[in-house]
Every structure is written in C-alpha cells, then in structure tokens.
Design a protein around this ligand. Structure first.
Ligand code: PMP
Length: 465
C-alpha cells in the first residue's frame, strides 16, 4: 500500500534499523562501520530537543548541521509553507518569470546583508551556491576581458560543499583524495589556526603572518591569473577556527591590492551565529560576494543564496550575455516563503542580539570552566559556535596521534548521554539553536565535562601512538 504522510508505518526501532541498513547510503559515512552499529532513528523534534524512536529526548547542541537556528517545531514556518504550497507550490525563474516569494526574499536579503550586496542568485544548497560562485567569478573576469583570471584560492580544511567543484575549492584533503585527479585552477593556503601552527606566538602577529600566506600564494601563481579568494569568516567544519585579530583586515587589504575578488562563505556564520547577522560584520569583512544557506531557512526547507555585490553585478548587467547556469529549484517559492518567515522570526525575537549579548557570552563562560581539564588544550569560539580542542599533553602541547579517535570517543559519550556535540578530528564542536536557554547550555557543558572524564579513562583502550 502507498505510504502517505498520514499513514507513515510505525515500525519497531529494530525494523527501522534493518531497513535503513538494507537501503540507505548515508552522507559522509563508512558503510561497513555503520552497518555493524546501526543508526539511531530520529522521529520528532521541538525547540532544541530531538526524540528518537525509543522515545528518548536528546539535546541538539549542533542545531542539526549548524542550521536549525530558530529551533524545531515552529508553527509559523509550517503555516508559511502550507500557505505558499496552496497558492503556488512551484514555479521557476527561467522563462522571464518571477514569483512574489522569490522577489520579496531577494529584497529582504539585500536589506539585511552588508552594504552593496544587493543581488541574489538562489540555489538549493551551500554546495550549489559555491559552485555558482565559481562560474560567476570566472564569467565576471571573462566579461572584463581577463579570462586568464581563473584561479580560486581557498584554505586548507576550508569547507565549501560536496559537489565536485565545491569540494575542489574546499581544502578537505580526504575529499580531494577520493574520485580522481584534482580539478585545475584551485589553490589552498594554510588556515589561520593559531593553536595548531603558532600557539606560543602573539595572536596578532600570527594573524598578519597567516594573512600574508595569501599574498605569497597570489605572487607565486601570478596576480593576473587569480580570480578570487574564498573563506569562511570562522572556519566551521574544519575545526572551528576563529581568525586571530587583524587577519581579516589584512586579507581584505591583500585582495584589494591584487584586485582579487573576496568571497565570504557565510553558510554557517550567516543568520546570527557569530552574534551579528553575518560573520562579515563581526570581522569587518567587505566581501564582493557572499554565500548563504542553512540558517536562511533554519533548515526547514533546502534553500541557499549567492549575494552579489555592485562590482560583479554591474559587469553582469552592463556587458550582458547569458549566464548559462541555474537549477530547477532556484528561487523555489515555498522555500523562499519559509526563508522570509525565518527572517521575520529572527527579527521579532531579536535572536541576533540574544546571541551577542546573552547566550553567546554565557556559552563561552561555561565552556571556560573546562579549560583546566587535562584533555583540554584550548576553548575557542564566537557567538554561539565553539570548539574545545583535545590534546595529549598540555605541557608539551602535543596532539593525539592518530587524530580523531579521542574526539570520536568523546562524541560517542556525549551521544550516549543524549546530548549531540560533534567532533571534528579531536575538536569538540558546539553550534546550538540560537533559541537555546541558559539551563540547556548548562546541560550541554556538564554532559561534555562528564564525557571528557570518561574519554580520559578510555585513553589506554584507544590504541594511540
Ligand atoms: N559552506 C560551508 C561553510 C558549510 O559549512 C557547508 C555545509 N556544512 C557548505 C558550504 C555546503 O552546504 P550544503 O551541505 O548545503 O551543500
């Protein structure tokens, strides 16, 4: 019989697990390992909590995948989607056509993003937004009569998505290794990871030095061949790397000096995560292009956007010629309606101020209490995103080898305690919904403290070098 929303079969957890293992290929997953263990089945959510198929409540310290900023269970978003689906569930922007939700959302995004970013190209995912950027900046330079400016510089451990091109632009070596030779015309500089590269150096001095790696790369490649530099304001999936003071100002200066376009990937940092609407505002960045996703709809529907500044937009408009690019669902009206309502909720509930003035500082203060734990090398963060770096030896500043085992064990302990805290290698990551309460932050931090203790007891079993 057909399965509809009203008649979803209610199965036992064991059945769900077996069917999942039989048919579903999960993203970023080792299939052999997952098949041995089985998935946890998540069935519903409200506020900052998830429930699994056994009825156990789980506190979501990651807002899904850094995206459910306004929290789960928002009736307003359900209603916005239902209204739009009844009125006009779908139409495209290809045939010299436009729809009111896409128009209104474009206008609203132009209003809330920093000055000059007034034009929007919609996509469905952050990866597609960043793919769009690759095409667009190369088209820009071609229209400017400089087609040889094709190289895009990113950073090691930068994450810009999982399509073939976005993965090439990102700096995840594991992704580069899979799937054949690398795409041409991408280059990566080291990320400004003070703790990893220069913990005993003054952060400000290191910030300038790390920014100058960009200058060196541009000189080496030849400024006439470089189209753009792309980076996340705070590097997220690469290990929660907060740029040292002075870094971004120097990056900006170098881009201007070499006439290289500056692209801010705000897929994680956008929509309040760092305590301003956009990470670019928190760090004083003036990007030519900005990509948005995740918080744009709080993850309720897939939608992403490329915000295009005056410089690039003017060339696209003035020179003309078709931009041969787009997606069936670019500007999907239902997703746009949900995004508009998400922004309204953020406004009404002053969630950005809440992060900046209340829960952001509170999270950092509470995490600060873990600094003396023998496993903790550094606690870092901005707004409502934080990383706790675990190391082998605080005195000699030695990392664990191989990396990742300790972080994964600590994450599993959190998960077993019904709290979701993610691990990137040996850095524990928190990025909760912006609506999280102080009491819920207390619960996250005490679960992490407990997990650290357990992890420390497990060290002898972990087969570390
Ligand atoms: N950019 C950044 C900074 C991201 O964190 C992500 C996703 N984690 C992406 C791009 C890709 O977005 P998506 O998964 O929606 O394709």
């Amino acid at each position: 019989a057909a399965v509809t929303a009203d008649s979803l079969p209610t199965r036992s957890t064991a059945d769900w697990r077996a069917l999942d293992a039989a048919h579903s290929l999960h993203p970023f997953t080792d299939y052999k390992a997952l098949a041995a263990e089985g998935s946890r089945i998540i069935t519903r959510a409200d506020g900052c909590s998830l429930w699994d198929s056994e009825g156990t409540e789980i506190l979501d310290g990651m807002a899904g995948l850094w995206c459910v900023n306004v929290g789960y269970g928002r009736r307003e978003l359900v209603d916005a989607a239902a209204r739009q689906m009844a009125e006009l569930p779908y139409y495209n922007l290809f045939f010299k056509t436009a729809t009111p939700p896409a128009i209104e959302l474009s206008r609203r995004l132009a209003e809330i993003t920093p000055h000059g970013l007034d034009h929007v190209f919609f996509t469905n995912s952050g990866s597609e937004a960043n793919d769009t950027v690759i095409r667009m900046v190369r088209q820009y330079w071609a229209l400017e009569g400089r087609p040889e400016r094709r190289v895009i510089i990113g950073r090691q451990n930068g994450y810009h998505g999982s399509t073939v091109a976005a993965a090439a632009m990102g700096g995840m070596s594991a992704m580069h290794k899979q799937g054949g030779p690398p795409l041409p015309d991408f280059h990566h500089i080291r990320e400004p990871h003070h703790f990893k590269y220069a913990h005993d150096q003054d952060p400000e001095v290191f910030g300038l030095e790390a920014a100058r790696w960009l200058d060196e790369a541009i000189q080496a490649i030849g400024p006439g061949r470089v189209a753009a530099f792309i980076a996340e304001p705070v590097q997220g999936a690469g290990g929660l790397i907060v740029p040292p003071p002075g870094y971004w100002a120097e990056i900006q200066r170098i881009c201007v000096h070499h006439d290289v376009l500056l692209i801010a990937d705000e897929v994680i940092c956008g929509f309040g995560r760092t305590g301003q609407w956009f990470g670019s505002q928190t760090f004083g960045i003036r990007p030519d292009i900005m990509t948005l996703a995740k918080g744009l709809s709080s993850g309720y529907l897939p939608i992403a956007a490329v915000m295009v500044g005056q410089r690039v937009a003017r060339t696209l408009f003035d020179k003309g010629g078709e931009f041969v690019h787009g997606f069936t669902y670019s500007g999907h009206p239902t997703a746009c309606a949900v995004a508009l309502e998400t922004i309204s909720i953020m406004d009404r509930e002053r969630l950005v101020e809440r992060v900046r003035e209340d829960v952001g500082p509170y999270l950092m203060e509470r995490l600060g209490t873990l600094r003396d734990h023998p496993l903790v090398g550094e606690v870092r963060g901005r707004g409502l995103m934080a990383g706790v770096e675990l190391i082998r030896d605080r005195a000699s500043h030695a990392f664990f080898s191989p990396a990742g085992k300790v972080g994964t064990r600590c994450r599993d302990h959190c998960f077993n305690a019904n709290v979701i805290i993610r691990a990137v290698a040996d850095t524990m990551i928190l990025s909760p919904p912006l609506v999280i309460s102080r009491a819920q932050i207390d619960r996250l931090v005490s679960a992490l403290a407990e997990a650290l203790d357990r992890t420390q007891r497990d060290l002898p079993d972990l087969d570390l070098a």
